[in-house]
Design a protein around this ligand. Structure first.
Ligand code: C2O
Ligand code: CU
Length: 493
């Protein structure tokens, strides 16, 4: 791989091996008030044999969520930062991560989208005991699938994620697509009080029964929208993650003038046939990811932004791409990328699959007495039952499995969102195919771990129940998850 650009040159080769070194350098740059995003080191040959060992200390920290001028906010973060460090391994490599809990409450880590053995899945009281304050837990598993994933706690989720505990996990392809640099872009939002501190009301019934906790302060990598400095005809890989509790990000690149036109190459970690994004908007519910290749082809004076489209409002720039007027990296932009190699996800046998119906219900409902208004209703449900986290211990309720599947069975779940809200539905331990939406079959059923279901939408998903254990199926709007929209699927050993 050619590593010729200044960013990469500026990085010490040790960074490829030494995560702690990378971190301290990143903190230094952040501390100096860097206006531009620091790119990630590209995977280097040296990394192939390096042990992927990490220590993740969950502890309080500070972040300039509203920009340095407006002061810092007390947060909780892995290594005291939000987002926490980017963990990076090569496909097929083992990841060892020692969690050290320096919070004042129990916690765990869930590895979102990674098909881990059940006892590594990080769901307290279901797959492991919660890690108590001052204690440690050694996570260790092999990453079979390449792609963009993430890690976050799974108990008292609304508060622990809402205060900043999460980070990106990158599993490098055996043959990564050609790109000069990479940027990990973790999107989130924050509900702050006037003094800039995090609003501590994480169990707000009004929010829980409606859209969830939506914050007005929007950040990319824990800071307000920033600038990405690019060189002409450079190709960068953008890895986007929506780490917000509840906000659905709708994103697009259509700028005035000559619209930049990135390639979409993966969704939720899984390769898609590369396509130009054009005017298409990317809709990322909480937990969802997208990988793009962006060619810096716009004229030097242009500063094309990445926009977000708030519902019913004008688009707002999220990131600016400042394309330099210095000599181009190459005379012409790179040609169309080749598709990424598919991940080794078993294909379900649809002709023999077991079929089960799963209905998501509850939440606020259209008003009976005041038409046009929503009224608070029952808690959220999955097939009429609510798995509600204990408001004091924050333990997931110990519900019996909604379904018990025989190991190795092909399964079709007919999902129905019978509510007036959208829900990103996430399944643990398995990657599934989306066969249809609202009765319409999808050609080339996309693979994912999280499906964003619009209100009243129905969808069929399919997978091979090949990973034994008890697995969560839940809405990734964390306020919905904690107030009932969660269930357990058991894959019998
Ligand atoms: Cu990203 Cu059950 O979670
Ligand atoms: Cu939901």
């Amino acid at each position: 791989m050619r590593i010729s650009l200044r960013c990469v040159l500026a990085l010490n080769a040790d960074m490829f091996r030494d995560n702690a070194h990378a971190l301290s350098r990143r903190r230094l740059l952040a501390g100096a008030g860097a206006a531009t995003l620091l790119c990630l080191p590209l995977p280097a040959a040296a990394q192939r044999h390096a042990a992927a060992r990490f220590t993740l200390i969950a502890r309080p920290g500070k972040a300039a969520l509203r920009g340095r001028e407006r002061g810092e906010t007390a947060i909780w973060g892995f290594e005291g930062a939000t987002p926490g460090p980017v963990l990076r391994v090569r496909q097929g490599q083992r990841l060892d991560a020692q969690l050290v809990n320096r919070l004042a409450e129990p916690m765990t880590i869930h590895w979102h989208g990674i098909r881990v053995p059940n006892d590594m899945d990080g769901v307290p009281n279901l797959t492991q005991d919660a890690v108590m304050p001052g204690e440690m837990f050694p996570y260790s598993f092999t990453c079979a699938d390449a792609g963009t994933y993430w890690y976050h706690p799974h108990g008292n989720s609304a508060e622990q994620l809402g205060r900043g505990l999460y980070g990106m996990l990158i599993v490098d392809e055996m043959e990564p697509p050609q790109a000069d640099r990479e940027f990990a872009l973790v999107l989130s939002d924050w509900k702050l009080d006037e003094d800039g501190s995090i609003d501590p009301d994480f169990a707000n019934a009004q929010e829980s029964s409606h859209d969830g906790r939506i914050g007005k302060v929007i950040t990319v990598n824990g800071a307000p929208g920033r600038e990405v400095a690019l060189r002409r005809n450079e190709r960068v890989r953008l890895r986007l993650l929506n780490a917000a509790n509840a906000r659905i990000f709708e994103l697009g690149f259509d700028a005035e003038g000559s619209p930049p036109d990135p390639w979409l190459i993966a969704l939720d970690g899984q390769p898609v046939p590369p396509r130009r994004l054009g005017k298409e908007h990317l809709v990322l519910g909480p937990g969802m990811r997208a990988d793009l290749l962006y060619d810096a082809v716009a004229p030097a004076k242009d500063r094309p932004p990445l926009l977000r489209y708030p519902p019913g409002d004008d688009p707002v720039p999220l990131l600016h791409f400042a394309i330099g007027s210095d000599s181009p990296v190459r005379p012409e932009p790179l040609p169309a990328p080749k598709p990424l190699a598919p991940n080794p996800i078993p294909a379900p046998d649809l002709a023999r699959a077991e079929r089960h119906e799963i209905v998501f219900g509850g939440g606020a409902m259209p008003g009976m007495h005041r038409p046009g208004q929503l009224e608070r209703a029952a808690p959220w449900t999955v097939n009429g039952k609510s798995m509600i986290s204990d408001p004091h211990t924050h333990e997931h309720g110990r519900t019996e499995p909604l379904l018990t599947l025989k190991r190795g069975t092909s399964v079709i779940l007919a999902l129905k969102n019978d509510t007036v809200f959208d829900h990103p539905i996430h399944l643990h331990g398995h990657t599934f195919r989306i066969l249809s939406r609202n009765g319409k079959a999808l050609e080339a059923p996309p693979l994912t771990d999280t499906i964003l279901m619009s209100q009243q939408e129905s969808s069929e998903i399919a997978f091979v129940a090949d990973n034994p254990g008890d697995w969560m199926l839940h809405c990734h709007i964390l306020e919905h998850q904690e107030s009932g929209m969660a269930a357990v699927l058991r894959v019998a050993a």
